[in-house]
Unconditional design. Structure first.
Length: 145
C-alpha cells in the first residue's frame, strides 16, 4: 500500500477512536506529508471540519506554488466542499481511497483539470461500511442528508 494512503487510513482510525467519522487525509508536497487530518465534525462540534479541511488547516499557510505541486490523499471521495477547496488552491492531484460508499463531484473535478486516482482500497471501504451500518444518523448528518 502507498505510504501516504496508509497515513490517511491511520488518521481515519484515529477519528473513529475519538468517536468521530473514520475519514482521514494527508497533504503531500515533494514527497513529504505537510498536513494530516481526520474528520472532526463530532469532536469539535464543527460544521466544516472534514478530513481534507483538517489536513489543509494543519498544513498551515502555504503559497500558491506549494499547493500547485501538492497531492491530496483522502480515504473517501471528497465532497463538494472539500473538492471546491482543492480546486480553489489548484491542487493538481487527489488520491482517493474509495468511492463506493460515497462519491463526491468527481467528474466536475476532473473537468477542471485535476487528476483523480481512485484506489478502491478494501480497508477504506470496510471502515466506511462498518461505520455507516453502526451510525447511519451521524453519517447522514455529515453528508447533509
Amino acid at each position: 500500500m502507498d505510504a501516504f494512503m496508509a497515513a490517511a487510513i491511520d488518521e481515519a482510525r484515529k477519528g473513529l477512536s475519538e468517536g468521530g467519522i473514520p475519514i482521514g487525509s494527508v497533504l503531500v508536497i515533494d514527497g513529504k506529508i505537510v498536513g494530516r487530518g481526520h474528520n472532526r465534525r463530532v469532536q469539535r462540534q464543527s460544521a466544516i471540519l472534514h478530513a481534507e479541511m483538517d489536513a489543509l488547516e494543519n498544513a498551515g499557510r502555504l503559497t500558491a506554488k506549494d499547493y500547485q505541486r501538492a497531492v491530496l490523499y483522502s480515504t473517501l471521495s471528497p465532497c463538494d466542499m472539500c473538492s471546491g477547496t482543492a480546486l480553489l488552491y489548484k491542487i493538481p492531484r487527489i488520491v482517493i481511497g474509495e468511492n463506493q460508499t460515497f462519491r463526491g463531484p468527481e467528474e466536475y473535478v476532473r473537468s477542471r483539470g485535476v487528476e483523480l486516482n481512485i484506489l478502491n482500497d478494501p480497508e477504506c471501504i470496510r471502515l466506511m461500511r462498518e461505520f455507516i451500518a453502526a451510525r447511519p444518523e451521524l453519517w447522514n448528518e455529515d453528508i447533509g442528508v
